[in-house]
Design a binder for this molecule. Structure first.
Ligand SMILES: NC(=O)c1ccc[n+]([C@@H]2O[C@H](COP(=O)([O-])OP(=O)(O)OC[C@H]3O[C@@H](n4cnc5c(N)ncnc54)[C@H](O)[C@@H]3O)[C@@H](O)[C@H]2O)c1
Length: 269
């Protein structure tokens, strides 16, 4: 049976880890060629190799999504290698600019006082906005320019977050960037709709990826950390990839401008 994305060509930013990784692997299983754009060379190369080993077509390109030149390069290279571009998934993101991997002293969840707006420097704000909001804008815009030139429409799925709706004093930059992604998704859907390009987003709740591991460590001593989730659990990255696949495939052919919560019901209560 043919896959849902047979013959398609996709770019997945942040495809070297977490939900981007799951999305890249799922898209490949559904028949899409996949370009992985990430600053994580080891993870990105591994996912591309896994796709190729399974008989799929993949490409990894070191890409900082906040660099316009990097984004231009990955779009051009993908279209050149695979002949077209049909979908863009913007999963690359950071939650906190000053955290040094493995260093508890810089962990905002263990030391929330460092992450309050009263104590956080401007460059930390700027970094999160550059990656999470400007990066999404650059990737979605360049993908749309390519799709318009090719003249066959396409899809864009952005990654927002439950934090787009819930204020957090230690993740203000993150929350604002994700709220921006929700509106960017709506604006681009209106502008690109006449070109046959659908633009949607997912807003995940707590998903078991490296990003969430740090929240776990900080919250585990405080009792049941997911008591506010109606489904009473976190989710696996594949559960979000399923929603991204739905929004990319023809099954959602009349859906655009929407942000779909994949959050166990948090946004409902
Ligand atoms: N994990 C959660 O609970 C959760 C919840 C809501 C939303 N999100 C969002 O989902 C998306 C994926 O998160 P995840 O949990 O899979 O995280 P992750 O940390 O596992 O993966 C994120 C990937 O983005 C890449 N990345 C970071 N900065 C980049 C840059 N400047 N250019 C290119 N790549 C870059 C990282 O290298 C990494 O491979 C993010 O946008 C995140 O904000 C995560």
């Amino acid at each position: 049976m043919a896959g849902e994305l047979e013959g398609k060509v996709s770019i997945v930013t942040g495809g070297g880890s977490g939900m981007g990784r799951s999305t890249a692997l799922m898209f490949a299983r559904e028949g899409s060629a996949v370009a992985i754009a990430d600053v994580n060379d080891e993870g990105g190369e591994q996912v591309a190799a896994q796709i190729e080993d399974s008989g799929g077509n993949a490409l990894f390109m070191h890409t900082d999504v906040s660099s316009e030149q990097d984004v231009l390069n990955v779009v051009a290279e993908t279209a050149a290698k695979f002949g077209r571009l049909d979908s863009m998934v913007t999963a690359a993101g950071i939650s906190y600019a000053r955290y040094v991997e493995g260093d508890d002293e810089t962990d905002p969840f263990l030391h929330p006082e460092l992450a309050t707006n009263l104590n956080k420097p401007t460059e930390a704000w700027q970094k999160v906005i550059d990656v999470n909001l400007t990066g999404v804008m650059l990737c979605a815009r360049e993908a749309a320019r390519q799709m318009v030139n090719e003249g066959h429409g396409g899809t864009i799925v952005n990654f927002a977050s439950i934090n787009a709706y819930n204020p957090s004093p230690i993740l203000t930059d993150y929350s604002v960037s994700k709220a921006g992604v929700v509106m960017l998704t709506r604006c681009f859907a209106v502008e690109f709709g006449p070109h046959g390009i659908r633009v949607n987003a997912v807003a995940p709740g707590p998903i078991e990826t490296p990003m969430l591991a740090r929240v776990h460590r900080a919250q585990v001593s405080g009792g049941d950390p997911w008591g506010n989730v109606p489904l009473q659990r976190t989710a696996q990255p594949e559960e979000v990839a399923e929603a991204v696949l739905f929004l990319t495939s023809d099954r959602s052919s009349y859906v655009t401008g929407k942000t779909l919560g994949v959050d166990g019901g948090i946004s409902t209560v």
